[in-house]
Design a protein around this ligand. Structure first.
Ligand SMILES: [Zn+2]
Length: 407
């Protein structure tokens, strides 16, 4: 019996990476152009080595790996790619390591594609493991520059200030510089902090049924003017999702029109593109905010939270934008993190457990239940059910049965 326990422990360790990331906005400054150049050069590095890997793959049917590519990079920096030498070596290495991991995944995980070439401006982040310094709301990066007098590269250390709105905890492992689609630079500080804020036990458990299971209902419901719930709890509560994308749809349409009216590549075109990206960023932030707050409320009220595992990809293909707007996957990820932080138990009931058909009162399986039945009455015991609340009760019950994956 020793082995399974050991295996679950390993699984947990992978799921909850002990790192914690803090995100800070780097203040606008003309010098930030240097960060942009950095990312553009790293994009070149990525494409160059991907080309090599592709050639290697065509010839030998495997990938070269970082331990062949890193010595090759050393030669390149001395010969044909001297213009990359201003970037710290560990940042360049990180690009190769990322490629290595991507190829490893391609070979070992079925269904994953080969790594792809990146268009200019699409390389998003740079990693710094050594040679940086964090001090008084500023970060120092050690670039290099060519010194004419000594004919050598010398250090060219540059400071960038960031909006230090909160402190980080734990030891800093590495930092990352990220550029988002709007063109704003962000500093990610990754620490090994694993502290927990254990919340007092409430003795309450909850089963939650989410909207996507009844997605086909959504459209018939919208016609009749009723709203669908993001989550339905077994207590009968229905939590509505504010559908942020839908709210901004008009504005989005206008901005898209504005982009298409402009001459592609012109200054006004770029401005319109950035405005559009800014709106998307806002919608994402609103959605994320809603998810964090909801996860927080659930963690404060309940000790155990039970959800249903979902085939989200299939649902998305079926229903398109609506499901993306609900972004249920992101919510589950946030909830996982919160449950770990506050020492709550999160369980997921397997995908093939029937949760909507059995009556939660007597267990009678209503085979006649169609997807459009919102309410139904059990033919055996006569109790009246709301479809989602009934499912939520069944989900909570199933969590203590045999078909459960603990998370
Ligand atoms: Zn019944």
């Amino acid at each position: 019996m020793c082995l399974p326990t050991h295996l679950t422990e390993v699984k947990d360790a992978i799921r909850y990476s002990p790192m914690r990331t803090y995100k800070y906005q780097i203040r606008e400054h003309p010098q930030n152009k240097r960060l942009g150049n950095l990312l553009d050069d790293l994009c070149d590095v990525h494409n160059h080595f991907l080309k090599l890997e592709n050639r290697y793959y065509r010839r030998y049917g495997k990938y070269a790996g970082r331990f062949r590519l890193q010595p090759h990079l050393t030669k390149l920096l001395q010969r044909t790619k001297k213009h990359w030498a201003w970037i710290p070596r560990d940042t360049l290495d990180a690009v190769i390591i990322r490629l290595h991991v991507a190829w490893e995944r391609f070979f070992n995980t079925p269904g994953t594609g080969k790594p792809k070439f990146k268009r200019k401006g699409r390389y998003r982040s740079a990693k710094f493991q050594t040679g940086y310094k964090l001090q008084d709301g500023r970060v120092r990066l050690s670039f290099k520059s060519w010194d004419e007098s000594s004919q050598h590269l010398k250090f060219d250390k540059r400071w960038f200030s960031f909006h230090h709105h909160r402190d980080w905890h734990g030891t800093v492992r590495y930092i990352q510089i990220l550029r988002d689609s709007v063109g704003t630079f962000w500093l990610y500080v990754v620490t090994d902090d694993t502290s927990k804020e254990v919340l007092p036990a409430t003795g309450e458990s909850v089963g939650a049924d989410n909207v996507i299971q009844g997605m086909d209902l959504v459209y018939s419901q919208t016609k009749s003017g009723m709203k669908d719930a993001f989550l339905t709890l077994n207590t009968g509560e229905k939590i509505q999702s504010p559908q942020f994308l839908k709210q901004s749809l008009n504005e989005l349409r206008n901005l898209n029109k504005a982009v298409s009216r402009k001459v592609k590549g012109s200054n006004t075109w770029w401005r319109a593109v950035r405005q559009l990206a800014r709106l998307y960023r806002k919608v994402n932030n609103q959605r994320k905010d809603f998810h964090w707050k909801l996860a927080d409320t659930l963690c404060k009220r309940f000790d155990t939270i039970v959800l249903e595992t979902l085939n989200l990809e299939g649902m998305k293909r079926l229903w398109g934008r609506k499901v993306s707007d609900l972004a249920f996957y992101q919510f589950v990820e946030i909830l996982k993190y919160k449950c770990q932080k506050h020492k709550r138990l999160l369980k997921q009931v397997g995908q093939w457990t029937t949760t909507s058909k059995p009556c939660s009162n007597c267990g009678h399986k209503n085979e006649n239940l169609t997807l459009s039945d919102r309410q139904w009455t059990c033919p055996r015991c006569g109790s009246h059910h709301d479809r989602d609340v009934n499912a939520a009760i069944n989900i909570l019950r199933a969590a203590w049965g045999p078909v459960v994956e603990t998370m």
